[in-house]
Design a protein around this ligand. Structure first.
Ligand code: UT7
Length: 378
């Protein structure tokens, strides 16, 4: 039987740091509220398009695996903040890397996009459709954040990480997962202004309005990640106390603490990045995974659990058994271009552009809602 070993990993974090104090310069918020409610102190703001971060992370992951871009035959680009919708962004990464033999697909399940992408690539590699795959988790949330809305603007940041999968006969890599979606809750986290519904209609291009019900998302997130984790562990007959490290989606330290408590896993076995990067959506889990490796928290054969949730509300929990190698084969010298602006300057530029364009979405209700059509009444 074939498996898909994770043989390469690399991250790319933009250098500009946005602090809670920076946010308090233009929002009615403060460090005490943000830190006590979320565990967040800082997040990063990118000065480059998402594809640039993806390129650097991909080159680092490939070097770590000892591979060249031309060795890859599948690219899965997990995100919900694409630089462009058509053509897809994976094709831009394929072209920039020179990975000419690779199929290239985007996966969007919001914050779970990296893990859904990992499931996709894992299946392709285990089936033999691809032999070596690159899976990206990248977000440039700052470009379409609703910076007037303190309920969500303080929570997110930009970032990227990538992993390489290679076919192997050793029982290693992603061994079980549970994927799901609470479609009835899709309205509690929704970005208006992004998508064909808003194209060529009477909406100012670039206006973004977030529907964001934090407390409801919080409850669904805890329920979804807890249920998915229990199901995943049952599939592989692994007990919670056998897990060596939890690498969860990092949307709020209190959500993570609740999931760990319900799952019966000590917080000492949870790898946290939320305090320094905030919620990077699809990038949170891969960045935390790369940092756990860099900090030597993952030993050969380690048993990992990766629960996540995102808009949709999508949910999942992945069980990974690590292989033998926990150190990179090689290191890439590719870097992002330097940034000569502070994160606050970058955010204020986005806010000023929005002010100059004007807001058109504020008065628009019901842009696009899906009605439930029970099968029985069709
Ligand atoms: O990856 C998916 C992304 N989404 C999430 O992860 C969101 C999950 N939800 C959460 O993380 C939490 O619900 C929040 C951090 C968003 C909010 O924490 P909470 O403990 O659920 O908030 P709360 O309901 O206890 O308090 C909300 C209050 C409201 O004021 P009132 O109505 O009680 O007077 C808000 O107006 O806090 C207020 N508030 C803020 N105050 C200062 C909301 N945002 C802020 C803010 N600064 N940034």
């Amino acid at each position: 039987m074939n498996y898909a070993a994770i043989t390469g990993w690399g991250k790319c974090m933009p250098p500009s740091v946005l602090t809670n104090a920076d946010l308090a310069t233009f929002l009615d918020t403060d460090d005490e509220w943000i830190t006590s409610r979320t565990g967040m102190r800082e997040r990063r703001i990118s000065h480059v398009p998402a594809i640039e971060m993806a390129y650097v992370a991909a080159m680092r992951a490939l070097a770590c695996a000892g591979l060249k871009p031309t060795d890859i035959d599948l690219i899965v680009y997990g995100s919900c903040s694409f630089d462009e919708m058509v053509p897809n962004t994976a094709s831009a990464l394929q072209y920039k890397l020179g990975a000419d033999g690779a199929a290239a697909m985007d996966v969007n399940t919001a914050c779970t996009s990296f893990l859904y992408g990992l499931s996709t690539a894992n299946a392709f590699v285990r089936m033999g459709t691809a032999k070596r795959a690159l899976v990206i988790g990248v977000e440039l949330i700052s470009r379409y954040m609703d910076w007037d809305n303190r309920g969500c603007a303080v929570l997110f940041g930009d970032g990227c990480a990538a992993v390489v999968l290679e076919q192997t006969e050793s029982r290693t890599g992603l061994l079980a997962e549970t994927l799901g979606c609470y479609g009835d809750a899709r309205g509690i986290l929704r970005v208006r202004g992004y998508g064909a519904t808003y194209a060529n209609v009477n909406v100012t291009f670039g206006d973004m309005l977030w529907d964001f019900d934090g407390p409801q998302i919080f409850k669904k997130a805890v329920q979804g990640m807890t249920d998915a984790s229990a199901k995943t562990l049952a599939k592989v007959n692994v007990k919670p106390d056998e897990i060596d490290l939890v690498v969860p989606h990092q949307a709020n330290s209190r959500i993570i603490e609740s999931v760990a408590k319900y799952a019966g896993i000590s917080m000492e076995k949870v790898h946290l990045t939320v305090h320094k990067y905030g919620n990077m959506s699809a990038a949170t889990v891969p960045v935390a995974l790369v940092e756990a490796l860099e900090e030597k928290r993952i030993a050969p054969g380690a048993k990992l659990l990766m629960p996540a949730f995102g808009a949709g509300l999508t949910l999942c929990s992945h069980y990974v058994e690590w292989g033998e190698r926990v150190v990179p084969k090689d290191v890439s010298n590719v870097e992002l271009p330097p940034c000569d602006k502070t994160a606050l300057e970058l955010v204020n530029e986005i806010r000023a552009a929005k002010d100059a364009r004007g807001r058109s979405l504020a008065g628009i209700e019901g842009a696009y809602y899906v009605d439930r059509r029970p099968y029985a009444t069709q």
